[in-house]
Design a protein around this ligand. Structure first.
Ligand SMILES: [Zn+2]
Ligand SMILES: [Zn+2]
Length: 270
């Protein structure tokens, strides 16, 4: 990677951070203004979640270095699925197929985080929020951030995804991850139309219901097709949805940053 390449990569990462922060802040403010959520209460709830940025960011940025190195290596050596399938040099395979393959990998990642007990201990932290708003997006244990990035590096190694498609997917992922955690919901035709392709807030809210089988449905990251294909799609009315996790109902723990960090290391996990 030459100087120009490095410069572009550095700025692309910065650009991603700006999109992420811009969307997070504007939707947080919009929730407070348009959904009658008093800012004092909202801030009290969000503050704990926002502290996770401090632990996630160093891990995320450090692991991004390896992600980019692996992505550069697979492209240079024509390695991975996207480099061996027919028409592999075309825009369609590189970007469209690449996007779909990576999105399937992220669906698989989310299923693994729920089904493998040692990994669930870290992922459940995201599910222990008793209120759901846009700040829940960043409620991720640093242990999960590390595991998530390790998996992403593995997916890139197996698929042969280039930096371009990674950047494209990251942009879509930022939008769907943040919007799917907002209190705003879609209605009628917009939910049906958008929901056929993309994960919507309505769908992800079901994933945050405190009891099974709802916690184990709607695993999708950007595209909603995988849940429909693999039978993990679930529906639950907003007035019946209760946020949290039935094994972790202690609100004192759930609102304390240091106590949440210790959850994966507790002897007994439900
Ligand atoms: Zn989950
Ligand atoms: Zn979530």
């Amino acid at each position: 990677m030459g100087f120009k390449g490095s410069y572009f990569v550095t700025h692309a990462t910065e650009f991603q951070l700006y999109i992420y922060a811009g969307l997070l802040v504007s939707l947080w403010l919009a929730e407070g203004l348009f959904l009658n959520s008093p800012f004092r209460n909202k801030w009290k709830h969000s503050f704990t979640n926002l502290l996770f940025i401090l632990t996630a960011l160093p891990v995320q940025l450090f692991m991004t270095i390896f992600l980019l190195l692996v992505s550069a290596w697979v492209v240079q050596h024509n390695w991975g699925l996207l480099n061996i399938i027919p028409y592999h040099g075309t825009f369609f395979v590189k970007y469209v197929v690449g996007f779909i393959v990576l999105d399937f990998c992220e669906y698989l990642y989310h299923v693994i985080m729920h089904k493998a007990k040692p990994l669930w201990k870290f992922h459940l932290v995201h599910h222990t929020d008793f209120q759901l708003d846009v700040s829940t997006t960043v409620r991720e244990h640093p242990g999960e951030t590390f595991v998530r990035m390790c998996f992403l590096i593995l997916w890139v190694f197996l698929s042969g995804a280039s930096f371009g498609v990674l950047l494209l997917r990251q942009t879509f992922q930022t939008i769907t991850n943040i919007t799917s955690h907002t209190k705003f919901r879609l209605h009628g035709f917009s939910e049906t139309f958008i929901g056929w392709i993309f994960i919507t807030p309505n769908m992800h809210h079901v994933h945050h219901h405190y009891q099974l089988p709802y916690t184990d449905c709607n695993y999708g990251d950007v595209l909603s097709i995988w849940d429909r294909i693999f039978g993990t799609f679930g529906k639950l009315d907003a007035d019946k949805t209760v946020y949290g996790l039935d094994t972790h109902m202690d609100k004192q723990v759930s609102s304390s940053f240091t106590r949440i960090l210790k959850i994966p290391f507790a002897k007994k996990i439900g």
